[in-house]
Each structure stands twice: as C-alpha cells, then as structure tokens.
Design a protein around this ligand. Structure first.
Ligand code: ZN
Length: 142
C-alpha cells in the first residue's frame, strides 16, 4: 500500500507582472494567490500522519507570509520597475530568477524553498499548485 499524501492550502495577496507578456499581464497587477502543497512520507508517523498540518503552516505559511504576502514579485531583470516601486513606497520587492508566472512561482516554491524548509523532516513536497485565480493554476512536481 502506498502511504497517503497530505495537502495544505495557503492563501496570500501579491502584485506581479509578466515581462514580455503579449497582453494585460505585462501590467503591474495583483492576485489573491493560493498554494496547495502536497507532501508524502515513506511511512506515517506514530500518530498516523504524513506530517502535522500545523508544521506545513508554520514553515511554508510563515515563509510565504514573510516573503510574498502583500509584496510585489518581479523577475530580477525587472529591477528598474522594482527600484521605482521601492523608492516610492518603501516596500520590499521579491525578485525571482525567472518571470513570475504561476508556473515559475510554483517551481520556485517546490524546488528551492520547500527543500530548505522541510529538509530535516522525513517528508517531501511531491507537488505544488499555485492558483493565480480560482480558475487557473500551475502545478510543479518533483
Ligand atoms: Zn497575474
């Protein structure tokens, strides 16, 4: 029998834009994003869990709250815009190494952030969905 997986949903608000987009997404705009992170373990813990849902909230939820919630997420090549926003508002800009599409944001959380946050536990984040709107999400897999 394959062990169960568990999934936690985390929502946040942020602004972004997609450099080079053919349409409206090149404009700076915001979303109510949602992340659904799915974890697996080789075996369940003594209480019968992959991991306590609270641990996902404490680690991934805290990282998102600190780094992405109510921020502007930009491609690092978009630094001129970032500098203008930071100068005008004083807010921190979060720069991604790629365009901040839902696909790239999901990939960054799954492959860069989750291993840092959960590397000391016997679990792995298998897949991560990032909803840009209630109707649209991208999913990254290990
Ligand atoms: Zn967008």
């Amino acid at each position: 029998m394959k062990p169960a997986t568990c999934t936690r949903r985390i929502e946040f608000d942020a602004a972004h834009r997609v450099m080079g987009h053919e349409g409206k997404c090149r404009n700076l705009h915001g979303h109510r994003y949602a992340v659904e992170a799915t974890f697996s373990a080789t075996s369940l813990d003594p209480l019968g869990r992959v991991v306590d849902f609270g641990v996902i909230k404490e680690r991934l939820g805290q990282w998102i709250d600190t780094n992405w919630d109510h921020t502007t997420i930009l491609y690092d090549k978009d630094a001129a815009l970032g500098k203008a926003i930071a100068t005008e508002t004083g807010q921190e800009i979060f720069y991604l190494p790629q365009n901040p599409t839902a696909e790239n944001m999901a990939d960054y959380l799954l492959h860069t952030i989750c291993p840092e946050l959960f590397g000391n536990l016997p679990i792995a984040c298998l897949s991560l969905r990032l909803y840009e709107t209630p109707n649209c999400y991208a999913e990254s897999h290990i």
